[in-house]
Design a protein around this ligand. Sequence first.
Ligand code: UYC
Length: 232
Amino acid sequence: AAAEFQPLQEQLQGGSTKQQLQAIEELAVAGETGLQILWECLLERRQAAPTVSDGRMIQVIYAADHKPLIQEVERCWPRGRLPMPSAQGIDYHPLQQYLVAQAFEEADRLTLKKLCELAGPTAVQRNWLYFTEVEGFPVEDLLTLDRLWQLYSLGKFGFSQQRQIWLGAGRNWDVLWERIAWKREGRWTRYPGEFIWDLTAPRGHLPLSNQLRGVRAIASLLNHPAWTQETT
Ligand code: UYC
């Protein structure tokens, strides 16, 4: 790569997460050479567990609509950068594709659909979750969903982020709603128009859980053993 890009390249390889993400945004707008450097970095790290930098680099290549590099990414990871184990044989690949494309509204809707699939056919029919169903969710699938959302959101989105904020709020729902912008000045944020469907959203903003039928389902989700268990 051209010498002028060397500092950014070094920042990308050796910097803190914050510095890496900064370098990625600069390389994203630096044309062909910038994109090639991002691809080289992805390739070098292909054996390691994916980080938010890897997720962001992939998003940048897709956002640039760079066909040859998109093809390389898909050849290297035909099922997506993040492995997506499921105890129920559920296919999360379409969700990873939405997240890569930063189609967060579609990804959010699909997440609810997948959670309903996880709960079984009656939940799919009703298209919302009983808290008892949530309690029985396999750890593996919740971790997969959470890792997907984190990977493609600079680490901002996902249930475990929501859980951390909720715990930090002393488990007070109204404090959580305000912090994740599900309420503003005491008023519910309206679905879908008032939610923020991009990476400028506050931490924990996505994925959504409709509160029309009360907090028991999200309480089960945020209390799930997945977030405290030390496996997978
Ligand atoms: N909606 O207000 N929401 C819907 C949220 C509430 C309502 C879907 C989130 C408050 C109705 C999603 C919040 C409320 C429908 C969300 C929010 C309300 C609906 C689509 C902030 C009125 C039509 C998926 C907490 C005061 C559907 C789904 C229906 C839909 C998300 C109303 C993802 C995070 C209390 C009337 N809202 N929802 O679940 O079932 O249908 O009638 O939370």
